[in-house]
Design a binder for this molecule. Structure first.
Ligand SMILES: *Cc1c(COP(=O)(O)O)cnc(C)c1O
Length: 452
């Protein structure tokens, strides 16, 4: 099991062969969801005392389990937020796994952390944060939002002193579900501010909420702006939010899990003006920075504040905080053990250069704008709003939610595309989320045709 014997030699060849074939699929098949009864029949449990020849197990995976997973890296996957990891990042993910890197502390993993930090530096510079800014990679945007907002709360409590427990975060109703989940976990309240006519959180909206709920105003310790809402790709007025946050000494967190990669894209960079004022922000490389799951970058303007909140104290850990401790990623989020999950992005970014990333993002943004034009031009369809990033919301006038669902199911059954309906202001609508640079306008035309 732990020695590289003849069986392991054969296993290595088989796994590398599988990986190599998966990476060569162009495009990957979309595949299907499968109901539990079918899977129970076609993939009986292989967990036993004695085990099985690896060929049997690998065969169940490749023939039954893998095709029962919808490929989110297919150019035909246009639901939720798709994925489009680069080949270099996927391959390097295998290197990270094979190297058993534990990315907790500088003591154990200096080399890996040094490389991860170069990527965090790059992202921090894109946002315009000062050179002291830093953070770590966590498993996802939800983990990043949670860790940042716990730091925000603790920082306010340290500053306010005993006897005062501010416990309200200002958000808009477009904020990601992970923000209300965070509020629930850390037992704080949300104050929902109205958005402007373009559904953006602005300083005026926040001021209006403070006026309406003046009794809660002194209880606020943080505000969350979104840099690309997941449902509609709307970027809040980050500069306006920063003004209120500054005036009121609130922590300003920007949730750029989906949209943050667009900081690299000149055509939309100015929508993010004001991000340079944040106290913390997140961006998910497993979304629009073409990295494999699961990877979110969490950055703080003043990482020392996060370190005070998140450093775990245990006698067996004292040694990682000794005099040679340079940077322990574990100290900047709620986790302890962590995979060095920034490395696949580091490798791919170093190999391809950020110019290739910028171009890929701009390609997707251009596809999105062209798709919106096609929808506007189609007499049977209505565009709901001009896309800001790479999400398009539109409607087929006359359709009920049941019709949208049937349409979505038949697109997947026919392996044309995976497009799930969404909601906009209570109405069921169609939604495209673009992320794969290889998604074509021919595919869009094909999908729009099915809505006549
Ligand atoms: C995806 C997303 C999240 C959650 O990120 P996970 O990586 O899925 O945990 C949070 N906020 C926004 C805006 C997102 O798009």
């Amino acid at each position: 099991m732990h020695t590289f014997d003849a069986d392991t030699e054969r296993l290595t060849a088989a796994v590398i062969d599988y990986v190599s074939q998966r990476l060569r699929l162009n495009p990957v098949p979309l595949d299907h969801g499968v109901d539990p009864a079918t899977l129970a029949a076609s993939a009986p449990s292989l967990i036993s005392e004695a085990g099985h020849p690896f060929e049997i197990v690998l065969e169940q995976f490749s023939d039954v389990l893998a095709p029962a997973v919808i490929s989110c890296d297919s150019p035909r996957f246009l639901s939720f937020i798709p994925a489009a990891p680069t080949k270099a990042s996927l391959l390097f993910d295998m290197v990270v796994s094979s190297s058993s890197l534990s990315g907790i502390s500088w003591l154990e993993a200096a080399g890996a952390i040094h490389a991860e930090n170069s990527v965090l530096r790059f992202l921090s510079d894109l946002a315009g944060l000062p050179s002291e800014a830093g953070g770590c990679f966590v498993s996802g945007g939800s983990a990043g939002n949670l860790s940042a907002l716990v730091t925000a709360r603790d920082t306010a409590r340290r500053r306010d002193g005993a006897g005062r427990r501010r416990s309200t975060i200002v958000v808009s109703d477009q904020a990601h579900s992970s923000i209300s989940n965070t509020a629930n976990i850390i037992d704080v309240e949300l104050l929902t501010a109205p958005t402007d006519h373009e559904h953006r959180l602005t300083d005026a909206g926040i001021r209006a909420a403070l006026e309406t709920h003046h009794e809660r105003a002194d209880d606020v310790f943080a505000v969350v702006g979104t840099g690309g809402t997941t449902n509609a790709g709307i970027v809040d007025d980050l500069a306006g939010i920063a003004r209120v946050a500054e005036e009121r000494s609130w922590w300003f967190h920007a949730d750029c899990a989906y949209g943050g990669a667009a900081l690299l894209a000149p055509s939309v960079r100015d929508r993010f003006n004001g991000i340079e004022h944040v106290d913390s922000f997140i961006v998910d490389p497993h979304k629009f920075l073409f990295a494999p799951f699961d990877c979110a970058a969490l950055l703080y303007r003043d990482p020392e504040l996060a370190r005070r909140t998140h450093t775990q104290d245990a006698s067996y850990l004292d040694v990682i905080h000794g005099p040679d401790s340079v940077w322990n990623p574990t100290d900047y989020a709620y986790h302890l053990t962590r995979r060095a999950r920034g490395l696949p992005l580091w490798f791919s970014l170093a190999v391809h250069g950020w110019g290739a990333y910028r171009n890929a993002i701009e390609t997707v943004l251009a596809t999105t704008r062209a798709a919106a034009q096609r929808i506007e031009a189609a007499p049977h369809l209505e565009l709901i709003r001009a896309p800001e990033l790479s999400v398009v919301l539109f409607r087929r006038p006359g359709w009920t939610s049941v019709q949208y669902e049937r349409w979505s199911t038949s697109l997947l059954d026919d392996q044309i595309a995976f497009v799930t309906p969404s909601k906009w202001q209570g109405e069921t609508v169609a939604r495209f989320a673009f992320l794969h640079p290889d998604t074509t306008l021919e595919l869009i035309d094909e999908i729009l045709e099915t809505m006549r």
